[in-house]
Design a protein around this ligand. Sequence first.
Ligand SMILES: Nc1ncnc2c1ncn2[C@@H]1O[C@H](COP(=O)(O)OP(=O)(O)OP(=O)(O)O)[C@@H](O)[C@H]1O
Ligand SMILES: [Mg+2]
Length: 240
Amino acid sequence: MTLLAVEGVTKTFGGLRALDNVSLAVDKGSVVGLMGANGAGKTTLFNLIAGNARPDSGNITFRNDAITGNKPERICRMGIARTFQIVRPFRSLTVRENVMIGARFGQNARGSRLTEVCRESIELAGLATMADKPAAALTLSGQKRLEVARALATGPDLLLLDEVMAGLTPAEVMSMLETLTSLRRNLGITLLVIEHVMRALMDLSDSIVVLHHGQVIASGTPDEIDRAPAVRAFYLGLES
Ligand SMILES: Nc1ncnc2c1ncn2[C@@H]1O[C@H](COP(=O)(O)OP(=O)(O)OP(=O)(O)O)[C@@H](O)[C@H]1O
Ligand SMILES: [Mg+2]
C-alpha cells in the first residue's frame, strides 16, 4: 500500500529549478533511500513533504489524503515527522526537555503519557544514558540521535531522515543503522532516508530514488541503482 505519493512536484527559487516534476511513492512499512549530489534537491523535497515550503505545482498525498501546502504542525499530526540536516537543539536544555518540546508538536500525547512517549523515544534513539544531560554535552552522533528522538516522540507513521549519518565515524554509522533498522522492525515505521553514505543507504533501503539537478534520474532496488548507467555517470562520476 502506498503511504506517501509525490506526483509531478516542481519547486523553483528564482530562476533555479530545485525540483523539476518529481514523482515517487513510498510503500507502508518500507525504507526508501533518497540520494543525489549536493544541491540535487533532497532537502527541498523534505521541506515540501513536511509543509516547511509549498511546491509551485504537483501533488503530495499521505494515506490518499492531499497534504500539499498544509502547515507543518497539521502534517506532523497526521503522522509525518522529519529530522533536520542542520541540528539545532536547545543546548542548555536536557535531552529529555528537548524531546518534550518536539513531542508537543505531534499527534496525541498529553500529561503522563507525554512523559512516557518521550522516555520511549529517547530509549529507541539510543540516548537513554544521556536523557538528563544538557544537549550541549552531546557529540555530533548524539545530536543526530536527539533529532531522531524528537521526531519519534511526535508519533510518526512516516519518518523523514535528512542525513542522520553524515559526519559520523564508521562505527557510529553502523550503530545508527541498527537503530534505524529496529525502528522499522519493532515499530513498523516507514522511512524515507536522505544519505550520502552510500553503502549505508544501500544496506538500509528496499528501494532508492536518485535525484540529479532536481530530477529523478533513476529509481529501483539498491542492486539496480548500483548498476544504473545514469547513476554511475552522474552521481559517481564513473563511466558505465
Ligand atoms: N530557500 C531557498 N532559497 C533559494 N534557493 C534554495 C533554497 N533552498 C534550497 N535552495 C537551492 O535549491 C537547490 C537544492 O537545495 P537542497 O538543499 O534541496 O539540496 P540537497 O540535495 O539537500 O543538498 P545537500 O546534499 O547539500 O544537502 C540548491 O541549489 C539550493 O541552493
Ligand atoms: Mg540537504
